[in-house]
Design a protein around this ligand. Structure first.
Ligand code: GRF
Length: 217
């Protein structure tokens, strides 16, 4: 069966991007990173992509801090389509995704969040968990929907919160798990094993062909 093409949107250091590239190069996932797009010209993620011979594209984000105007988001869509992307992975992408992107890639955009959703959505999930006093936290890979951090959950991993944890130590423990479950989620998608039913993402036991993305429009 064919390998899928992944497009990654990243705003920063890109360690999750790296975990997907590494898994792809090691042949442990049936996916190739075809393009990395950033809204931040200086994102380390772009350097990581170039190092691996992956197209690295900066798209100037325009006037807003937390979102993009539809015309600019459309540029992203065009770029992802030019690279024949089947799956879009948000990896530390610091903007809210809007209809332009969601409609172009329905049920084909996933994100990683550093908390056990639905607890602690939004920014600083690790600090929110620490401040609340939970004993366990973790990370979540989920489909992206119009509501922030609220789409169907694909995989979660848990980590203990230690008595002497700081935001940094807890974040580091969570990040280790992020680097495991994000490539796994990409692989499940690549194998056609994710099926969204209502708000649940079911994981099918058997590999299925991933239908090619509609190429029109
Ligand atoms: C990660 O903690 C991820 O869960 C969150 O943003 C951070 C990105 O880190 N969405 P990196 O850029 O992948 O290193």
């Amino acid at each position: 069966m064919r390998r899928i093409n992944v497009g990654v949107l990243a705003s920063g250091r890109g360690s999750n991007l790296q975990s997907i590239i590494d898994a792809s190069e090691a042949g442990t996932i049936d996916a190739d990173v075809a393009v990395v797009i950033s809204d931040n010209e200086d994102a380390v993620a772009l350097e990581r992509a170039r190092k691996h011979g992956i197209d690295a594209v900066y798209i100037a984000p325009g006037q807003y801090k937390t979102k993009m105007e539809p015309e600019i988001e459309q540029k992203m869509v065009d770029c992802l389509r030019e690279h024949d992307v089947d799956l879009v992975c948000l990896a530390g992408y610091m903007r809210v995704v809007h209809e332009t992107l969601l409609d172009a890639f329905p049920d084909r955009i996933i994100n990683i969040h550093p908390a056990l959703l639905p607890s602690f959505p939004g920014l600083h999930g690790q600090k929110q968990a620490l401040d609340y006093g939970v004993k366990w936290s973790g990370c979540t890979v989920h489909f992206v929907s119009a509501d922030v951090d609220a789409g169907a959950i694909i995989i979660q991993a848990t980590v203990p919160v230690e008595e002497d944890d700081t935001e940094d130590t807890l974040s580091a423990r969570i990040l280790e798990q992020e680097h495991k479950i994000y490539p796994q989620a990409v692989h499940l998608f690549a194998q056609g094993r994710l099926k969204i039913e209502d708000r649940r993402a079911r994981v099918l036991p058997q590999r299925q062909a991933v239908p090619a993305r509609a190429r029109s429009g």
